[in-house]
Design a protein around this ligand. Sequence first.
Ligand code: DAH
Length: 339
Amino acid sequence: MIDKIEAILSEVEELKASGSDELEVLRLKYLSKKGIIPSLMETFRTIPAEQKREVGVRINELKQKAADKFNELKEQFESSDAGDLNIDLTRTAYPVALGTRHPISIVKEEINDIFKRLGFSIEEGPEVEDDWHVFSSLNFADDHPARDMQDTFFIQNDPQILLRTHTSSVQTRVMENAQPPIRIICPGRVYRNEAISYRAHCFFHQVEALYIDKDVSFADLKQALLFFAREMFGEETKIRLRPSYFPFTEPSAEMDISCNICGGGGCPFCKHTGWVEILGCGMVDPNVLENCGIDSKTYTGYALGMGIERITNLKYQVKDLRLFSENDIRFLEQFKSAY
Ligand code: DAH
């Protein structure tokens, strides 16, 4: 019996396998239920009692060595399988498509960054607002058409609660709670009761800027506008201001920039005028300052507001506004940016 065990032991020690399939065949031959080593155990039961001790020790030794040998061979294959295929075990199992930021977010961040460089800080306000913050505090007359159901979404038909139609409402919220100097930009979503088409949507995004301090003048406004236009659309960009009307600013203006598509020479985009309108602005009406608890004899200020979709349109020439809210990956994937 001992001789037989010794013979099997030296066989096991010499075992070699060239792959995991071959190793499995050997494992079945030696270690499976009906394999050589378990069947030795059967024979062990039949041997005379006085031999049992010595033979038992030898069989255990064989079992242990065989188990060690198989583990050793197995490990060899595992490490060399990975090595042969040159697999990077830290890689994910599937290719991961990197997402892109939404073009509106990209442009919003860019606008924020430009104004931050001028010392503005970001403020946000609620989208569900009251009449005071959206209209009354901003000097809208009671019969102003913007208060009409045609333009504004009211909540549960209550004329006092509505979805803000512009981010100018955040001006009031900030001025009510702080004294000048105030230098803020307010990005956010706004809502209007418009029929959806390629050029209008029932929601879109705006950025509002407000600067209130002693001695703020229209010249300060113009300088900030020129800085913004050049940073956003390039050094060569020119601006022009046209007189306009907004209830909350006096005087008011609309700003055009030289068309960044044709450089001002005239093209279908700028309707051959060389200019495109990008924002509204003006000096904050003294009534608005007083409505918000700011002394209009001591302080003056300017405000401006622009549509982010409009700026995005100009930067990326997206002709249909609806693309911004359809979440079509083929559209969104085209916007790779550092922002
Ligand atoms: N709130 C205006 C709008 O929604 C935009 C605007 C115009 C904002 C002039 C201003 C401003 O702050 O001074 O059309």
